[in-house]
Design a protein around this ligand. Structure first.
Ligand code: CO
Length: 144
């Protein structure tokens, strides 16, 4: 079987203070934010830092009922999920579900940067929340 995963799209880190985390990456690593976005449906604000062809996605909740707020409460700051790039999110989601992985999103939905995404539940992936990320044609061609 050919791998469904074509690249690491992003590593998402949950933080309490987004500005402090952005400043830390700038001051300690010299790494700059290339994109900021509020994902209203998920109740999160993100800042993306480019690392090669991938990103670090710093995430902070924008409301108390956000799943990231619950994560910070339960686990504290740290690694929240890994986003893997896939060629076709819908096909990848069907394939992993058919193979027995528990999924969170039954159908793909819009993510940040005009991506199409779906989450795979950590209970069947060794404790790691996985996001399947299909980039839009414009973002994958320019890697913005
Ligand atoms: Co993500």
């Amino acid at each position: 079987m050919e791998s469904l995963l074509t690249d690491i799209d992003h590593v998402a880190i949950a933080v309490h203070d987004l500005d402090a985390a952005v400043a830390w990456y700038a001051e300690i690593m010299g790494a700059k934010v290339v994109h900021r976005e509020d994902v209203v449906s998920d109740g999160v604000r993100e800042a993306l830092i480019r690392v090669g062809d991938s990103y670090i996605q710093l995430l902070t909740p924008t409301r108390a009922d956000s799943t990231v707020a619950a994560f910070l409460e339960r686990r504290g700051e740290g690694l929240h999920h890994v986003g893997f790039r896939v060629a076709n999110c819908s096909a990848a989601l069907d394939a992993v579900r058919a193979s027995g992985a528990r999924v969170i999103d039954e159908v793909p939905r819009p993510g940040s940067r005009a991506t199409t995404i779906a989450f795979v539940h950590p209970t069947t992936s060794f404790g790691t929340l996985i996001e399947l990320v299909e980039e839009s044609v414009s973002t994958s061609s320019t890697h913005q």
